[in-house]
Design a protein around this ligand. Structure first.
Ligand code: DGJ
Length: 522
């Protein structure tokens, strides 16, 4: 079907794909930019009998996408025998609830362990070797050098993607697939198995040396004291890339890797003491990017607190060669402002972890808004952003969105757009603070929709526009301020604001007001 609108014509049956233009990225869904406002369900919630309990939470927060795991142990209980019951339930029920899906392949790695591999793998450490530590002890992770393990994971993942193509190749409910979950090693800086020792003693592979412009030499010679982590990153990245490639040959959906990140304040990286060794942390991101060809992006899971930490993690993963997507976020209230930050950085999506209450509900309760008190801050953020829909994703992709957060360095409260600047003020205007005591909740988003025209929304803040560099006799004025809503992507005006409501600045309280501002000079 061909759908035509202001963006031109788009095919509703077009596959989800990552589009890059001038170093900026967008996830195209049905041929148009899409921003993921996601909720990830708990690890053991993707079972047909419990899935009915997860949807109320996702509906409550106005998510447009559910992130749900696929368990290798359930998918392939015996070698080569596949059971797609769980996957089918996720896709079918998500469709009933009008949600898109991001599937998470819990395969060889899940939080740097191997807990989701089938029993026939767990029980055979000869055929499917474990990662060995320096003292020769087997660990709770599989070796990325296990050739039979790799073949088995590739086979299962390819079967999953083949099945997805069969059930979703037309409808495109599933947008992306995460390959493995937080890979790396928590028990040893690297694999010390005989196979690993042999490889480690030889020279750094030519493809890596070429891609990273490295001198020739052994791992120790080239990388010195960080060689162990680099070696682990290389072998893990190569393994995962081959799994992704096997899946893409069946059905080439966008694929990504999520990361158990390192604190950016940790100045002396020391894995695996503080984070899994070999995962795609910022210290080995260049190496990962040089090795993976079938992974479309690498995304940080962010549980660390602090606005400046959050911003630093975003800047590490937002690169001309890497689309910014935050697949997991802590569900503490303070994180509910960060979808704005991701949009301001040109990201393609944000997802909050652990939205359902399956682990504490013994049977289906009748959830109301009060069933999810911890999600209330996310509800208001997602409600406003999802109402803006494709317009927001389009503006972000065009690089025309800027955001400011209360509590951040005040210099970030000034958002420059060519000849205009928008200034956000937080103190004394934060009605939202009453709803979430002791937390900075103010946030502002400004998008440039046309020359001299802006869309603005936010909470607990106020915004004024001024000329950036006024000419000698140049004065500026507000031409018009409209308050309204987006319905099916169309701006619907509710009223015009004037007088006290905008003579100085426009206030944004708790309600999630959206305005359009037209400015002019005389
Ligand atoms: C990060 C993992 O990726 C998730 O699967 C889950 O285990 C969370 N941590 C729990 O905080």
């Amino acid at each position: 079907m061909l759908v035509c609108g202001t963006l031109g014509c788009a095919s509703a049956s077009e596959m989800p794909r990552l589009v890059q233009e001038q170093g900026r990225y967008s996830l195209y869904v049905d041929g148009q930019p899409f921003f993921i406002l996601g909720g990830q369900i708990h690890n053991s919630s993707a079972w047909p009998a419990v899935l009915p309990q997860v949807w109320p939470a996702l509906e409550f927060i106005h998510a447009n996408t559910v992130e749900a795991p696929v368990y290798w142990e359930q998918l392939e209980p015996q070698p080569g025998q596949y059971d797609f019951t769980n996957v089918d339930a996720v896709v079918d029920q998500a469709r009933e609830h009008k949600l898109h899906v991001v599937l998470l392949w819990f395969g060889t790695w899940k939080n740097a362990r191997c807990h989701y591999v089938p029993e026939w793998i767990k029980g055979d450490t000869v055929r499917y070797p474990r990662l060995m530590d320096a003292s020769g002890r087997l660990t709770d992770s599989l070796s990325p050098l296990g050739t039979e393990t790799l073949e088995a994971d590739k086979g299962a993942f390819a079967a999953l993607m083949r099945h997805l193509k069969a059930i979703d190749g037309e409808q495109h409910t599933v947008l992306m697939v995460q390959v493995e979950n937080e890979s790396g090693s928590l028990d040893s800086v690297r694999d010390f198995s005989p196979a690993a020792q042999k490889l480690y003693a030889s020279t750094v592979p030519a493809d890596l040396a070429r891609a990273m412009n490295l001198p020739l030499g052994t791992w120790d010679q080239v990388f010195g004291s960080s060689a162990g982590e680099r070696f682990q990153a290389y072998t893990t990245a190569r393994y995962i890339d081959q799994v992704a490639a096997a899946g893409k040959r069946e059905y080439p959906l966008p694929m990504y890797v999520n990361v158990w990140i390192r604190s950016p304040d940790d100045f002396e990286p020391d894995p695996p003491r503080s984070y899994p060794s070999g995962g795609a942390t910022d210290v080995v991101l260049d190496l990962w990017k040089a090795v993976v060809h079938s992974i479309d992006l690498i995304g940080p899971d962010i549980y660390l607190s602090g606005d400046s930490t959050y911003r630093r993690v975003l800047s590490a993963y937002r690169r001309p060669d890497n689309a910014l997507f935050v697949p997991e976020n802590n569900n503490q209230a303070i994180f509910a402002r960060y979808p704005f930050s991701v949009l301001g950085e040109g990201g393609i999506g944000f997802s909050v972890f652990g939205v359902d209450h399956v682990n504490t509900w013994s049977e289906m309760e009748s959830p109301t808004a009060s069933s999810f008190p911890e999600l209330v801050p996310f509800e208001r953020t997602f409600r406003v952003l999802s109402s803006m829909g494709r317009e927001l994703a389009r503006l972000t992709f065009a690089g025309k969105v800027k955001t400011a957060l209360e509590g951040e360095d005040a210099t970030t409260h000034v958002m420059e757009f060519g000849r205009w600047k928008a200034i956000a003020t937080f103190a004394g205007h934060d009605e939202g603070a009453h709803s979430f005591p002791n937390q900075p909740t103010g946030v502002v988003l400004v998008g440039e929709i046309a020359a001299d025209e802006f869309v603005v929304t936010g909470f607990g803040s106020s915004v004024e526009f001024i000329l950036n560099h006024p000419g000698l006799k140049e004065r500026w004025q507000i031409m018009k301020v409209e308050e309204g809503t987006y319905e099916d992507g169309q701006w619907k005006v509710r009223r015009w604001l004037n007088g006290d409501e905008c003579d100085f600045r426009v206030d944004f309280g708790d309600a999630g007001r959206i305005i359009h501002v037209k400015l002019g000079t005389y």
